[in-house]
Design a protein around this ligand. Structure first.
Ligand code: COS
Length: 380
């Protein structure tokens, strides 16, 4: 897809590849699969300037608003090589984009320098024990009291919790109004009544937790966007970041394909390398074709967004749906090509096999993407 990229985007890609090789790879080796966010990795990302991609030009970006092509490019390369860094990178964006998109000037002036410098790490609190796909069912409440909002409720599956510093939290401000009664707030770790929560244990280790709000007081000015417009804020945020989930899937699938090609060439059975068998070549051919189709869908959505199109709901849902489902198949086939060696704990394909699974679930399951796509087709 390089033909689509501007000169500075090609340079950005090269910069990320060098950063991975020179600075991040040794840290990834040290951290391995971890339930705790690595501050060292966050600091390397901060120093590299990559977090500036998430803020408007006024706060240090080279583009007026965040470029989705650039964010996808970075996420793909990090997912291919440095999974801990990839998670921190994307959460800084996902957790802060509502502020960049809809926050008041005052809120942006306070938080954008912290996003860009990486001085603080951001994340997002949307999902709850009883509200995953059905965002309108969230039960966390925010009640107005004098010059404050008081938040009460339980969140779950909050990536980077409890290590992140700043949380964009969605809560009901008009509980009878479903999706039209939700608002977004910025909450900082350390504020009274906010417990960033217990860590959760996933099949592929990942820093993630379940924050709790108990009479947590939030200044009025920390409301993000308009009152009761939080559902739209969350959907616009997801529209942007769903394409990047597709990009992560592409990076992981590329890593698996690379491993499969190299293993097939070096593994000898029946007197020749298994790469010489048509059954293996057909697998590799299908993997590479699906991977290329995924990449095309991801960068198509991102390119359209960067042209200034307001809503890319259809394009980003298609990109996430196809790329994550394809990456799951590609990684499964890569493991199959490795035979028994593929299921040994610690093998790269074994880790990818566990890590890819969550991508078909988070930020909207494949079923939700189909629902969104179907809805858009019928409404058109
Ligand atoms: N961008 C901007 N606005 C959006 C939007 C998007 N991607 N998706 C919905 N909206 C708007 C709607 O246009 C509607 O606006 P108005 O109040 O001005 O009419 C408002 O948000 C409420 O939407 P509603 O719930 O009525 O949704 P729809 O009927 O448009 O579509 C589904 C129904 C189920 C498709 C919709 O609720 C949805 O997309 N839910 C997604 C759930 C999801 O992503 N879950 C996973 C969360 S990841 S943790």
């Amino acid at each position: 897809m390089d033909f689509l990229f501007k000169e500075e985007q090609r340079e950005l890609k090269e910069k990320v590849i060098s950063l991975c090789k020179e600075k991040l790879a040794p840290l990834e080796e040290k951290v391995g699969e971890s339930k705790v966010m690595s501050r060292e990795i966050a600091d390397v990302l901060a120093e590299s300037g990559l977090f500036k991609l998430f803020v408007p030009a006024k706060y240090g970006n080279t583009t007026k608003m965040p470029s989705l092509v650039s964010v996808c490019l970075v996420r793909e390369e990090l997912a291919r090589r440095c999974p801990n860094a990839e998670l921190i990178f994307v959460m800084q964006g996902l957790g802060s984009y509502p502020i960049v998109l809809s926050g008041s000037e005052e809120l942006q002036a306070k938080y954008c320098p912290l996003i860009a410098s990486g001085e603080k790490i951001f994340t997002i609190c949307l999902t709850e024990p009883n509200a995953g796909s059905d965002v309108g069912a969230i039960e966390t409440t925010a009640v107005e009291e004098k010059d404050l909002w008081v938040l009460n409720g339980q969140k779950i599956f909050t990536s980077l919790a409890p290590d992140a510093d700043i949380y964009t939290v969605f809560a009901k401000t008009d509980p009878d109004k479903g999706t039209r009664g939700i608002s977004a707030f910025v909450v900082e770790k350390g504020w009274e009544g906010f417990d960033p929560g217990k860590r959760m244990d996933l099949m592929a280790a990942h820093p993630i937790g379940a924050p709790v709000f108990k009479d947590c007081s939030v200044p009025k000015k920390n409301l993000v966007g308009e009152l009761n417009a939080g559902f739209k804020v969350s959907m616009r945020n997801l529209d942007f970041f769903r394409s990047t989930v597709g990009a992560a899937a592409v990076g992981m699938a590329q890593a698996a394909l690379d491993e499969a090609v190299s293993y097939a060439k070096g593994r000898f059975q029946f007197g020749k390398s298994i790469a010489e068998f048509q059954s293996i070549q057909f697998k590799l051919a299908d993997m590479a074709t699906e991977l290329t189709a995924s990449r095309a869908l991801v960068f198509r959505a991102a390119y359209i967004k960067d042209q200034g199109v307001e809503r890319i709901t259809l394009e980003s849902s298609m990109a996430k749906l196809y790329a994550t489902e394809a990456a799951w198949r590609i990684i499964d086939e890569a493991l199959q090509i490795h035979g028994g060696y593929g299921v040994i704990k610690g093998q790269h394909v074994e880790r990818l096999y566990r890590e890819i699974r969550a991508l078909r679930v988070y930020e909207g399951t494949s079923e939700i993407q189909r629902l969104v796509i179907g809805n858009m087709l019928l409404k058109a």
